[in-house]
Design a protein around this ligand. Structure first.
Ligand SMILES: CCCCCCCCCCCCCCCCCC(=O)SCCNC(=O)CCNC(=O)[C@H](O)C(C)(C)COP(=O)(O)OP(=O)(O)OC[C@H]1O[C@@H](n2cnc3c(N)ncnc32)[C@H](O)[C@@H]1OP(=O)(O)O
Ligand SMILES: NC(=O)C1=CN([C@@H]2O[C@H](COP(=O)(O)OP(=O)(O)OC[C@H]3O[C@@H](n4cnc5c(N)ncnc54)[C@H](OP(=O)(O)O)[C@@H]3O)[C@@H](O)[C@H]2O)C=CC1
Length: 710
């Protein structure tokens, strides 16, 4: 039975359409997904077919349709509405076309399950079928990402990867179905990166016996990536980590320190010898040739299969020259090294969802850079640091800092190599503590909101400029890493011709707002207080500049002055004002992100999810719909206590006691203040007494009542 439903193409209906698809996906589990020149579509194993209006545009440009094709008619999706009354003849033709497509798909699916072939064949059916029937025309709105995805099927890649030469071209797809069924085994083995057994490799299967290069492995996300790879893909051959010596520690010491961190407890339990798979390579990314020795370059060129580039400077106030050096030039150099790698299958670049924060709606495309990176690099090379500092605001234009500016340039640099390498670009929004893995709430730094939460939990931060109703696009680090690993797998196995961008965000799918965050953070820190809080946690956010300035004066600067005064009296060094000045600098840099909303398209994230086997979807879960925000925020706050501040959970009763003490101090202070004001301004001044009497008639009323009672 075929249902065709009319759905408006307008933006506001998108969530509804998304729900149609999501529900269909939930109901049917595994699905095959296809992308056309004009959009996306999914065929479920049961034979049901979902196609976005954009996808349909290619088939029938006049009709904006959401199609839902089901085997049984018993359960009509309530969100689709009734079939259009004015079903035109073209629609019947569509019905026939789609029914035949569906039957092709279904037999295709059966074929696939028999031969163990999955997305390789599944991705190539609907559009060629439509084209074969002369129905698929070029029209329709195309996103570059969609285009690039489709292009990957159209163009043969000229990489030195053996298996690419045998990848069937799109044009041959439909006609070649039978052929694929007979010789599909051979092709599948090729495409799945040499996996035995004729079935498409799952993610752990793909990473088995692969050599992976990771930059930024000592950083927040890099560590989680290393941990997850070792734990979820235990057969991975080796992880080569580009690490620099730092703070008097050699790179070997740094890596062995890292591996003793709590984050690796679960891996250690599973495989106490996991460190044998880790090979540190000395590298300073800001140096020419990344300061990698020629021997190491040779080793890496010979063996690396996948590169994850996480290293970056994420400081918002980084001088432009340094940010450019690390975020752009080092990326360029790494790409140069990647091109020398004989067996490279995927290059995954970690960008940020805010690389294009000068736009309100951000698609999964690489936007034209603010300036040609090469020109900027050449010009800054000869410029004095002070000149660069002076022209930085003009250069970064409508971006808030050098970080987002250089990350946008880096994307452009990466894109320039898309013809030579299989590239994925991951754009996470605000990466927060882990959701589930390896432990809920794992976090190890003060970046982004973590520092703000801690400052609020310690009772230092009382006010911040943020929009209560703006979406707080937080995403847990484990979800970002799961998506990153899945994208690496997908890029290597499917080899899209041009770089695929994944906006890794939550706001469009499972929104949560800064006002809600404030509420949950505060109540969480009241339940599980931090040790030695300065004041009881009570932070408020406001979008009003003047109000914020007022509260900064009253709740930050005034208490800091008193505290420093007390410290001075007791012979100690004043420190509170200094802490507040640093805090104000930090939150001043963050306010840009907490005061406004962005809208990210995350179709590629959904597409990627639809490509995973149920098992992989569980192991590499990045389904942000499953996030329960209050629970996540609670774990996040506990995580800051346990892993950032290294506080013991058993001390919570003492911390609560401390908060009670602070509350009593506050009550006492307030009472003393009232009495003081009374004494100074009211009791001593006749005018104040007169005003007091006029404003407060109740004492007279009370005395009159007492008089009457007597
Ligand atoms: C309660 C309810 C509240 C609800 C509202 C919450 C709103 C939150 C809004 C968050 C928005 C986040 C947006 C991020 C968007 C971009 C995401 C990315 O792509 S990229 C990822 C995002 N990238 C970033 O987030 C980078 C932001 N950070 C920076 O740019 C710089 O660290 C700096 C300019 C803030 C300070 O520079 P500088 O003065 O040279 O100082 P140092 O660096 O040397 O550190 C000094 C001390 O301060 C410590 N500390 C550090 N950060 C914070 C903090 N945020 N806070 C507090 N403390 C912080 C630090 O640990 C150190 O302590 P200690 O070791 O001395 O004891
Ligand atoms: N955290 C977030 O909220 C978000 C992060 N991202 C992106 O994710 C990636 C990782 O971020 P995150 O883990 O938070 O950042 P961290 O600051 O925690 O880690 C940065 C990593 O880069 C390494 N690095 C920095 N400079 C050099 C250098 N000169 N030579 C060698 N290595 C260097 C650091 O090594 P070392 O330990 O030696 O300093 C560290 O391992 C970045 O690309 C960032 O842009 C994107 C969106 C949000």
């Amino acid at each position: 039975m075929l249902y065709i439903y009319r759905a408006s193409h307008r933006q506001e209906n998108r969530p509804r359409k998304r729900r149609v698809r999501d529900r269909a996906l939930q109901e049917h589990g595994k699905q095959l997904s296809c992308r056309g020149r004009a959009g996306a579509g999914c065929l479920m194993p049961s034979g049901s077919f979902w196609c976005s209006p954009r996808g349909v545009e290619g088939i029938n440009p006049e009709l904006k349709l959401c199609l839902h094709l089901r085997e049984t008619s018993s359960e009509q999706p309530e969100h689709c509405g009734a079939p259009p009354e004015d079903t035109p003849r073209t629609l019947e033709l569509e019905n026939n076309l789609l029914l035949s497509l569906a039957s092709v798909w279904q037999s295709f699916y059966l074929l696939r399950t028999q031969t163990g072939r999955q997305a390789v064949t599944g991705e190539r059916g609907v559009i060629p079928a439509a084209r074969a029937q002369g129905r698929l025309v070029g029209g329709g709105r195309e996103s570059a990402a969609t285009h690039s995805f489709f292009d990957s099927r159209q163009r043969e890649r000229s990489l030195p990867h053996q298996h690419m030469s045998t990848e069937p071209s799109l044009e041959r797809d439909l006609d070649g179905l039978g052929k694929q069924a007979t010789d599909g085994h051979t092709r599948l083995t090729d495409i799945s990166g040499g996996t035995e057994g004729g079935s498409m490799a799952s993610i752990p299967e793909y990473y088995a016996s692969k050599n992976v290069l990771i930059t930024g492995a000592t950083g927040f996300m890099g560590k989680v990536l290393v941990e997850k790879l070792l734990r979820a893909c235990p057969e991975v051959k080796a992880l080569y980590l580009l690490v620099r010596p730092k703070a008097g520690q050699s790179m070997e010491e740094r890596v062995s320190d890292m591996m003793t961190c709590k984050l690796f407890d679960r891996v250690r339990e599973d495989n106490p010898d996991f460190h044998q798979k880790i090979i540190p390579i000395s590298s300073e990314l800001t140096q020419p040739g990344l300061a990698i020795s020629p021997e190491d370059v040779e080793t890496l060129s010979a063996c690396i299969n996948v590169v994850f580039h996480c290293a970056a400077t994420i400081r918002f106030d980084e001088p432009l020259k340094h940010a450019l050096q690390l975020n752009v030039i080092a990326t360029q150099q790494l790409l140069g090294l990647a091109k020398q790698m004989h067996h490279l299958e995927a290059f995954v670049h970690i960008s940020t969802a805010y690389a294009n924060c000068n736009r309100k709606h951000i698609d999964e495309v690489i936007y034209p850079p603010p300036v040609e990176p090469k020109k900027l690099i050449d010009s800054l090379e000869w410029m004095d640091d002070s000149i660069v500092r002076d022209i930085t605001p003009r250069l970064i234009g409508d971006r808030p800092n050098t970080y987002t500016y250089t990350k946008a340039l880096a994307e452009c640099v990466v894109q320039q190599e898309q013809d030579k390498l299989n590239i994925a670009i991951i754009r996470p929004s605000i990466v927060g503590a882990s959701w589930q893995e390896p432990v809920p709430g794992w976090i190890d730094n003060f970046n982004g909101p973590s520092g703000v939460f801690i400052a609020a939990g310690k009772g230092i931060l009382r006010t911040m400029r943020a929009n209560n109703d703006a979406v707080a696009d937080l995403i847990p680090v484990d979800m970002v890493i799961n998506l990153t690993l899945a994208a690496g797998w997908y890029t290597a196995v499917h080899r899209p011709k041009s770089a695929l961008v994944y906006n890794c965000t939550t706001g469009g799918i499972n929104p949560f707002h800064w006002g809600q965050i404030e509420h949950h953070v505060m109540s969480s820190f009241k339940r599980n207080p931090l040790e030695q809080a300065f004041r009881r946690p009570n932070a408020n956010i406001t979008s009003n500049y003047l109000m914020n300035q007022y509260w900064i004066l009253v709740s930050h600067k005034f208490p800091a002055l008193i505290y420093d005064f007390v410290l001075r009296l007791s012979g100690q060094k004043p420190q509170m004002m200094r802490i507040f000045n640093r805090l104000h600098k930090a939150i001043g840099l963050l306010e840009y992100f907490s005061s406004q909303d962005w809208e990210w398209n995350s179709e590629n994230m959904s597409m990627l999810m639809s490509q995973l086997t149920p098992e992989d979807r569980r192991t590499f879960n990045f389904d942000v719909r499953q996030l329960n925000w209050p629970e996540y925020i609670e774990n996040y706050c506990i995580g800051t206590k346990k892993y950032v501040l290294n506080e013991d959970m058993s001390d919570i009763p003492a911390a609560r006691q401390h908060l009670r003490k602070l509350r009593n101090i506050r009550y006492t202070f307030n009472t003393v203040l009232v009495v003081f004001i009374w004494r100074v301004f009211i009791a001593r001044s006749q005018m104040a007494r007169n005003i007091w009497r006029r404003r407060q008639p109740w004492p007279l009323a009370v005395s009159r009542m007492q008089h009457l009672r007597l």
